[in-house]
Design a binder for this molecule. Structure first.
Ligand code: HEM
Length: 512
């Protein structure tokens, strides 16, 4: 000790005045930096101990991620932090906290996370994965166009597409009456066709290899992306090794193939299936023309739109719409098979209102409140997009007594709201009546019903999704009894970017 002290004094006496001042500045700067960092760490939300390299990954490797996140919530509160490798992730739980972030502070909580790895695997994101002006322009243009194409005065267009696609779907079912079938495969094509027709005016037959390929690619991309992102966060050096340990090349190959596919459709001279109505792609091209040829006053201000971004816009829109809706219909079938009494009650309502022959139309929604309640309950219990799509904060914000640094990833635990046992008693039970009023004549939807998330980033296709689900499920239950095949479909699923039912088969039996 004495030796150390005397050496230190020796060093100090040998230093020139300038070096001494420099040393003092360095020490002061270090103390300030250390205090600041400590302070920042101290004001971060609490969370479990962080391990080198992997952060809290081991905590999250669990067969039941929702239970793990719920246990952490009990320990640390509604807002806590996790590290996935180096990535700081703030988890938000419960309606009040999520509403405060997504709605009240929506302009700050509406970015998507970004890092060199994401840049590498997502070539030019524009909508679901983008932030800033490109996202804002593309989102508001897409919203306006979809409204114009299918929800405004030409609502007939969506009704027409859905009616036709339901007919195609039923035709496939008719050929498989009383057989055991993988119904999800047909639901996948139904859902892909609806959005593909809105975007490009094109449809696939149920055995079209391109259509099947597309549904598989969207499926696989979701799975691979979730795995890749976690591994790249923790072990980014693996990405630099010549051998492709993380399967990055497989992911890029899939993505490139999809890009080629989208470019092909986007560049087709005539996108219209029936050429009497406009498609999303037509609207986009028209907007580009308008931007080029009009006076400044005429331009609607979507300056980020350009021809190179068109294929990705279509691809992200189709990706966001097809897999999610097919998945939600898949869960609905799972629960109807598991709950025969509820299926029967739903059929009785349909029979009473429509009979067994009349094809359902969108206006029937209000006349079939129990059926509507079954759909709502299925969306609630399955929570098929349980953690939304990760958000990020665009600047440092004081939130709920903590500091969330700029760029932090935000995990929005929607399932913590949809399974809140104060709002939805016995949340693990399938009880459609919870969405009915006291006289059982109308549906009642509490504000905590958030399967499509909240705020400026919430789902862009809620209305389309609800109509798509309604028409196909009414038509299916009207014509068929849905029965289990060898075993009952499971109520627990598989988590990728969405929460999917485990593979299952059903038996359909024509009603007499
Ligand atoms: C039952 C089916 C669906 C469910 C459960 C669902 C749910 C969601 C959820 C939870 C998000 C994330 C919101 C967030 O990050 O906070 C989302 C985003 C999105 N959804 Fe849906 N969705 C469905 C169908 C659709 C359909 C049919 C379309 C289009 C026609 C669509 C288009 C989008 C888009 C474009 C986004 C990204 C929004 C953005 O980043 O600004 N979705 N959806």
């Amino acid at each position: 000790m004495f030796f150390l002290l005397s050496s230190f004094v020796d060093v100090l006496t040998n230093l020139s005045k300038v070096s001494f001042i420099l040393l003092c500045i360095l020490v002061v700067a270090w103390i300030v930096w250390y205090k600041k960092t400590r302070l920042r760490q101290a004001s971060l939300p609490p969370g479990p101990t962080v391990l080198p390299l992997v952060g809290n990954l081991l905590t999250m490797v669990s067969p039941d991620l929702y239970k793990t996140l719920s246990d952490l919530r009990k320990q640390y509160g509604d807002v806590y932090r996790l590290y996935i490798g180096k990535e700081l992730m703030i988890v938000l739980n419960g309606y009040d906290v999520i509403q405060e972030a997504m709605v009240k502070n929506g302009s700050i909580f509406s970015d998507r996370p970004w890092c060199p790895f994401r840049q590498k695997i997502m070539d030019n994101p524009v909508l679901m994965a983008a932030s800033g002006k490109v996202w804002k322009d593309t989102r508001s243009f897409s919203q306006q166009s979809l409204k114009k194409i299918c929800l405004d005065n030409s609502a007939l267009k969506l009704q027409e597409i859905l009616t036709e696609e339901v007919e195609y779907f039923l035709k496939e079912m008719d050929e498989r009456d009383n057989t055991e079938l993988n119904i999800v495969k047909f639901v996948d094509i139904y859902s892909l066709n609806v959005v593909f027709r809105l975007v490009f005016g094109h449809r696939f037959t149920h055995d079209d290899s391109d259509g099947l390929y597309m549904t598989e690619v969207y499926n696989e991309l979701g799975m691979e992306f979730a795995k890749l992102q976690v591994m790249a966060n923790c072990f980014d050096f693996l990405l630099k090794l010549p051998c492709d340990l993380l399967n990055l090349n497989k992911f890029l190959k899939l993505r490139n193939k999809l890009d080629t596919f989208m470019r092909y459709f986007a560049e087709l001279p005539n996108h219209n299936y029936d050429s009497s109505t406009s498609t999303f792609c037509d609207e986009y091209l028209e907007e580009l023309d308008r931007n080029e040829n009009s006076d400044i006053d005429d331009v609607r201000g979507f300056s980020s739109l350009n021809k190179h971004r068109l294929p990705n816009t279509c691809s992200e829109l189709i990706g966001a719409a097809s897999d999610t809706t097919a998945n939600a219909i898949g869960w609905l079938i799972v629960y109807l098979v598991r709950e025969p009494d509820i299926q029967m009650k739903m059929f009785e309502e349909i029979k009473q209102v429509l009979g067994t022959e009349e094809q359902p139309v969108l206006e029937d929604k209000t006349r079939l409140p129990y059926t509507e309640a079954v759909i709502l309950e299925s969306l609630r219990i399955s929570s098929s997009v349980p953690y939304a799509i990760p958000h990020a904060v665009s600047k440092t914000i004081d939130f709920q007594g903590y500091t969330i640094p700029e760029g932090s990833t935000i995990l929005v635990n929607l399932k913590s709201v949809l399974h809140d046992d104060v709002v939805f008693k016995n949340p693990e039970e399938f009880i459609p009546d919870r969405f009915m009023n006291a006289t059982h004549t109308e549906t009642v939807v509490p504000k905590e019903f958030v399967p499509f998330s909240l705020g400026p980033r919430s789902c862009l296709g809620i209305s389309i999704a609800m109509k798509e689900m309604f028409l196909v499920i009414v038509a299916l239950v009207q014509r068929y009894e849905l029965l289990p095949s060898s075993s009952l479909p499971e109520s627990t699923g598989i988590l990728s970017t969405v929460y999917k039912p485990r593979p299952f088969t059903v038996r359909i039996k024509k009603r007499t």
